[in-house]
Design a protein around this ligand. Structure first.
Ligand SMILES: [Zn+2]
Ligand SMILES: [Zn+2]
Length: 485
């Protein structure tokens, strides 16, 4: 069977049952520890298990160390590729014999528009053709050398390759010449939003495998087994480029082109905006209704604002939904996307959070001294969500298993916080947005689920699917008057 010839079955690093020491093949474990910069003990210790739970590619790390040390040897001894010994010998079956390859997106992820996925996939292939002798062409139909497919759970390439739902294993791919990359359909895929995994980055990594590249120990390499966000820096590291050029040579122009993340970010943003605007002209529910959003809040007119990537939507009190509006047009000075947002009725100001920074606006005007470092205000970086909470008279930020209480008058954290999220009985960690409705109840959102927290009872009193059950999210066609919530 092909899968055994070209790819050993990846060990399931993310199985929920506890590992026993006897189960660990110490050789595989050593490869894993080496790639992860952990002490190489060959044993499944605590640090190794924690690292195994990080979002990553599902391709096995076996042999990566040997292949990488050979690559480095070539760099120092010049030009020639050393003969491989053992299983992956003599480049048989580990690279394509032609330079012109076709690819196809077989099916499509939910919650993203096809047009922007197509452009992102094209850009992912182009990353590699820019620095190597390869040329790629999309084959929308018929046979194709490399096929990209989204699957849920077990999909007939071995039980240990079954996908595990959101987080954990994001995707995996086969070395040449099977020409297949598989993606977990259940992931929160995004191209521009900040919550979720960037489909462009994961595609670019998996394409690397389909070309014959194995995992790299270089931390900033695209071929590192761990998920990396699309940042500002160059997407391909020197190690990625050396690896692909050793297989396919330099580009025809002899001048490799490397794209910084910033350029790709701007492109992804533009494509998504263009798609969103063309989609909103054809009737239908707004795009965020099918998926996740980055943040949600409500202003003094009871208008709900939903933020995703570089745009936001408004849902007025009578249920009217706007088309997607550019974020930075209303709040100049914000970054391209945000992680948490809250309107505060206490001071009638807008608060935005992303990474290490906090922004505060009066209307559309950025307040003096902002943006500020969140740490100077006593706040966490990368908060899950933020909301004004009337019973405390302060703003509350959630971050994983803790919450922070922020005094808006003094601009500092209240004493005795952060505290554990378990104070909010029934609220799960990892929510992506929260807001208080006019009746004083707090709604928290995570993916497609919501939880309604009753401040009087200090517990969650209802949960469900927000797009179906809450008409004020702008996603259901039920008239407002019939809304039981
Ligand atoms: Zn990988
Ligand atoms: Zn698969």
């Amino acid at each position: 069977m092909m899968i055994i010839t070209f790819l050993p079955e990846p060990p399931n690093f993310l199985q929920s049952r506890p590992h026993k020491k006897s189960e660990c093949c110490s050789c595989l474990c050593r490869d894993f520890q080496w790639l992860s910069h952990l002490p190489i003990t060959g044993e499944l210790d605590g640090a190794t298990l924690r690292q195994m739970a990080e979002p990553r590619c599902g391709v096995s790390d076996e042999g990566s160390q040997r292949i990488w040390s050979q690559r480095v040897k070539v760099i120092f001894t010049g030009g020639r590729r050393p003969q491989h010994r053992g299983r992956r010998s003599a480049s048989q079956g580990e690279k394509w014999s032609k330079r012109h390859l076709t690819y196809q997106v077989v099916n499509w992820p939910q919650h993203l528009s096809r047009g922007s996925v197509r452009l992102a996939v094209q850009a992912a292939f182009q990353l590699w053709s820019n620095v190597s002798g390869l040329v790629f062409q999309e084959a929308p139909e018929g046979p194709a050398d490399i096929r990209l497919t989204f699957y849920e759970g077990d999909h007939n390439d071995g039980a240990s390759n079954a996908f595990d739902g959101p987080g954990g294993t994001l995707a995996h791919a086969f070395l040449p010449r099977r020409g297949e990359a598989h993606f977990d359909m259940a992931e929160r895929w995004t191209l521009n939003g900040h919550k979720g995994h960037n489909l462009f980055m994961v595609t670019a990594h998996e394409v690397g495998h389909t070309l014959g590249l194995e995992h790299s120990p270089v931390r900033h390499a695209l071929m590192s087994p761990y998920y990396r966000k699309l940042g500002r820096s160059l997407v391909l590291s020197w190690d990625d480029i050396v690896a692909v050029q050793q297989l396919y040579g330099k580009p025809l122009s002899n001048r490799p082109v490397r794209l910084p993340g910033q350029v790709l970010h701007a492109a992804l943003q533009q494509w998504e905006l263009a798609e969103l605007q063309s989609q909103s002209q054809t009737a239908g529910l707004p795009l965020y209704c099918q998926g996740v959003f980055d943040a949600i809040t409500m202003d003094q007119n009871e208008t709900v604002l939903v933020f995703r990537g570089s745009v936001y939507w408004t849902v007025s009190a009578d249920g009217g939904v706007s088309s997607p509006l550019p974020l930075r047009q209303r709040w100049p000075g914000l970054p391209q996307a945000i992680e948490a947002a809250a309107f505060s009725p206490l001071d009638s100001k807008w608060y935005f959070f992303k990474g290490r920074r906090t922004w505060r606006f009066t209307g559309s005007v950025l307040d003096p001294t902002f943006p500020r470092m969140s740490s100077d205000l006593g706040l966490p970086r990368h908060p899950d969500c933020a909301f004004y909470y009337a019973p405390l008279g302060h703003m509350v930020l959630f971050k994983r298993s803790r919450y922070f209480v922020f005094n808006l008058k003094l601009l500092r954290q209240e004493p005795y916080y952060p505290r554990r999220l378990t104070d909010w009985t029934g609220v799960p960690p990892g929510t992506n947005g929260a807001l208080t409705r006019p009746d004083g109840r707090l709604y928290l959102f995570k993916d497609r689920q919501f939880w309604r927290f009753d401040p009087g009872k200090l517990q969650v009193t209802r949960d469900g699917q927000w797009a179906e059950d809450l008409s004020w999210t702008g996603c259901s066609n039920i008239p407002q008057s019939n809304n039981i919530l």
